[in-house]
Design a protein around this ligand. Structure first.
Ligand SMILES: [Zn+2]
Length: 139
């Protein structure tokens, strides 16, 4: 704002030096003062508007941060679910000796040895193939 004041003063000095007709000078001074009033009013308006925009942006930013933190919580929960499923144990009852034991879920394994009678037990993870079904029916 200081520089605008300086500019205004140098503008007035300049026209006073260069316009010899006193009536013209007064007219230009007044006309320019009117113009300057509008400019200053507009500048105030723009500054207010900017401040309002900044407040809105800040509010949006806060909302986004809240959303991100609630999404982070959801992701953490999903990770916990996946992790606890990884650590899920599968209980097996041996069909040969009825010995019960626990193995880690591993769907790539198709059979496991009974630690008691050493027989191989076929594993059924719930999505059996038709072959497994037939064998069950035969027994
Ligand atoms: Zn067994």
């Amino acid at each position: 704002m200081v520089s605008i004041k300086n500019e205004y003063k140098s503008f007035l000095d300049d026209i006073e030096k260069n316009i010899k007709n006193k009536e013209d000078l007064e007219y230009i001074k007044k006309r320019f003062a009117d113009f300057l009033e509008v400019v200053i009013e507009k500048m105030d308006y723009i500054l207010d508007y900017k401040e309002e925009e900044m407040n809105k942006l800040e509010e949006k930013q806060n909302q986004i941060e809240a959303k991100i933190s609630s999404m982070q919580k959801m992701i953490d929960n999903i990770e916990n679910d996946i992790y606890s499923e990884d650590g899920y144990d599968f209980e097996i009852t041996c069909p040969y000796c009825n010995y019960e034991f626990i193995i880690d879920v591993d769907e790539t394994k198709t059979e496991v040895q009974c630690p008691e009678c050493k027989n191989m037990i076929e594993l059924d993870w719930g999505n059996d193939t038709p072959d497994n079904k037939d064998e069950d029916d035969d027994m």
